[in-house]
Design a protein around this ligand. Structure first.
Ligand code: 13P
Ligand code: 13P
Ligand code: MG
Ligand code: MG
Length: 364
């Protein structure tokens, strides 16, 4: 069995929260190469979207492996060192704990891992988000695996026709449930439409039981109890054969859906698909970005990456995202551009409320 692990963190932004300094990527590359040399990994690639570092790794150690998680943690520490030296912004931003206990979960970084039997051809897509939040993949994963208007294969390809099972996590109460598509989609959508509370963790083929997709659902604010940046998420999707075609898995992003995040993690805006070279969110620290690296996995080796949104086919989505961004921005500090009070990552409300508390008078 082969394990694909994507573990990600923001260890410091360049400039501000907009992008990643090349020296951090270099530190990532060095650590992954060293781990390959030691036999911990089969292969590894350091990707980035905005200020987030995504360690894309293959190995045979299974999900939640201590050595692999320790390697990721140490790589983030090395990146943090670089960030400190260059005084990059928010050095070590997502590393919430001083004491690492062998598993990255609950420590700040996000993770998406799957164990697979590598097929004769194994095309995978690694999605990398910035300036948004866990749960952002609910809509795209629903479209990929449950919407026949997105994925023609659900209708016309035998291996997809039985549908998929969605594992949904209640991120507030640490519970999970499985829904079977298509017969339970109406029940499932009651939850998926509230991505701040419920997030798709994994999707499985109903024909074979094989894992089709996994995403990171770690919520930094729930771990830290305060604002520490958005939990910019990742998602791994297997494609072709028993799974959606590459183009069916990318198609949901042709619609720049509204997601939480953007400036100070406290706004709503369009999720713009773009090439990695364009994944440097700078306009009002956004708009939120989604980049995608495609690989052919060959005996555990990551052949690639291909930069999947580097395609004029997504120009119109980018154009629409910019129009939507203009429209939202004109609302300034008003909802629904600004998040509701209880969901903002930044707020001056307690301090302002305290300052003016004595001036409130009862209504007549
Ligand atoms: P090809 O005919 O190029 O292999 O494409 C098949 C397919 O399923 C595309 O979605
Ligand atoms: P990140 O979560 O990408 O660090 O962004 C934080 C922020 O406040 C952007 O304005
Ligand atoms: Mg940041
Ligand atoms: Mg980020």
């Amino acid at each position: 069995m082969l394990t694909i692990s994507v573990i990600k963190a923001d260890v410091g932004g360049y400039v501000g929260h907009s992008s990643m300094h090349p020296d951090i990527l270099e530190a990532g590359r060095e650590h992954l190469e060293e781990a390959k040399g030691k036999g911990i990994l089969i292969d590894g690639y350091p990707g980035h979207c905005g200020d987030d570092l995504f360690l894309i790794m293959t190995h045979e150690r299974g999900v939640g492996d201590t050595e692999v998680h320790t390697l990721a943690w140490n790589t983030f520490l090395a990146g943090t060192e670089v960030a400190r030296k260059l005084k990059l912004y928010g050095a070590g931003q997502d590393l919430l704990s001083e004491a690492f206990s062998g598993n990255i979960r609950g420590m700040g970084p996000g993770s998406a891992e799957m164990e697979i039997e590598e097929r004769p051809s194994e095309p995978i897509l690694v999605f990398m988000g910035d300036k948004t939040s866990a749960g952002g993949f609910n809509l795209p994963l629903y479209k990929m695996f449950a919407d026949p208007f997105n994925t023609a294969g659900l209708v016309i390809a035998e291996p997809l026709h039985q549908g998929f099972t969605f594992e949904v996590h209640d991120v507030m109460h640490h519970k999970k449930i499985s829904f079977h598509s298509p017969e339970e989609i109406y029940d499932m959508l009651v939850f998926l439409g509230s991505p701040g509370h419920y997030a798709v963790k994994a999707v499985y083929s109903r024909r074979t039981g094989e894992v089709a997709a996994v995403s990171s659902t770690d919520k930094l604010s729930l771990i830290a109890g305060r604002y520490v940046g958005k939990d910019d998420p990742t998602c791994v999707v297997r494609t072709q054969g028993d799974f959606p075609a590459v183009g069916e898995a990318l198609e949901p992003f042709a619609f720049p859906a509204i997601v939480e995040g953007w400036m100070r993690g406290s706004h709503q805006g369009p999720w713009m698909p773009c090439a990695v070279r364009d994944a440097n969110p700078s306009r009002f620290d956004g708009p939120p970005r989604i980049a995608c690296l495609g690989f052919q996995v060959a005996n555990g080796t990551l052949v690639g990456p291909r930069d999947m949104f580097d395609d004029p086919g997504f120009d119109e989505a980018r154009h629409q995202a910019n129009l939507i961004a203009d429209y939202f921005r004109r609302h300034g500090p008003w909802e629904p551009h600004r998040l509701p009070l209880e969901e903002m990552e930044y707020t001056t409300m307690p301090a302002v409320a305290k300052k003016i508390a004595s001036r409130w008078e009862p209504l007549e």
